[in-house]
Design a protein around this ligand. Structure first.
Ligand SMILES: [Zn+2]
Length: 253
């Protein structure tokens, strides 16, 4: 295989030719292809992650164009599903990798099938319920995943490695009460910045770098704030310690 297109990142010591070959053999699942997901898919396809499955049920709408970098006005006019448009655009960017579109929502009944065979799951969703479901499915199936969330000019991210690091339940509890926010305000650099953080963590995991960021990272771009918040694994965490997967089980029935 011609690796010339990856020459710049192979010059980077953290990746090199060995890391590049590992990326090409890697398989990731992206859940949600909006503000976060578009940048995640863009970065990882260009970096040569060998197999990318994109899960999203929505169609492209005009307000998406402010930050969702894989879509354009034609896609809005044609009312096309985001997952399919993303795959089509990414094929033109990198035809040497495998891309799959799943036009559906990640739910208790299908999430374990959707993430099957993946080395890593990336969170491009916009709600806590789906994130907690991803958390349960990934902890249960021992697949690392990377949380990302944005609001206004702020954003957060955390890398979850099953059996090693705290999980999302350790951070937010089993039933976090987040108010229904309606349409979320958004500065376009917020999802693009958090997604870029997520994809850097993703590359590290996929090339086998052990120096992952252990903290919950918080960024507020408008005033220019960057914080790391140390999270401890909860000794009684129902998800990562007791391995009770209530969201997965309850809604399956
Ligand atoms: Zn936990």
């Amino acid at each position: 295989m011609n690796l010339e297109r990856y020459s710049r990142q192979m010059l980077f010591a953290g990746i090199g030719e060995r890391g590049q070959k590992r990326l090409l053999e890697s398989s990731i699942i992206l859940i949600g292809c909006g503000g976060l997901g578009c940048t995640i898919a863009n970065n990882l396809a260009r970096a040569g992650v060998g197999r990318i499955r994109i899960v999203d049920k929505d169609i492209v709408e005009l307000p998406d164009l402010q930050r969702q970098i894989l879509f354009d006005e034609e896609d809005v006019k044609k009312k096309l599903p985001k997952a399919r448009v993303a795959v089509e655009k990414l094929r033109r960017i990198n035809s040497s990798i495998q891309l799959e579109a799943e036009v559906c929502e990640a739910e208790p009944k299908n999430i374990e099938n959707l993430i099957e065979g993946g080395h890593l799951v990336l969170d491009g969703t916009d709600n806590m319920k789906t994130r907690l479901l991803i958390n349960e499915a990934c902890i249960k199936n021992k697949i690392p995943w990377i949380y990302g969330g944005v609001f206004g000019s702020t954003g957060m991210s955390m890398t979850v490695i099953p059996e090693k690091t705290p999980c999302l339940t350790c951070v937010f509890g089993e039933f976090p009460s987040f108010p229904e926010l309606g349409t979320i305000p958004m500065v376009n650099a917020a999802p693009i910045t958090i997604a870029s953080w997520q994809t850097t963590e993703a590359l590290k995991i996929l090339v086998g770098d052990e120096n992952l960021n252990p903290d919950l990272v918080y960024i507020d771009l408008w005033p220019g704030i960057f914080r790391r918040i140390t999270i401890k694994r909860r000794k009684d965490c129902p998800t990562c310690i007791e391995r009770k997967f209530e969201l997965l089980e309850a809604e399956k029935q």
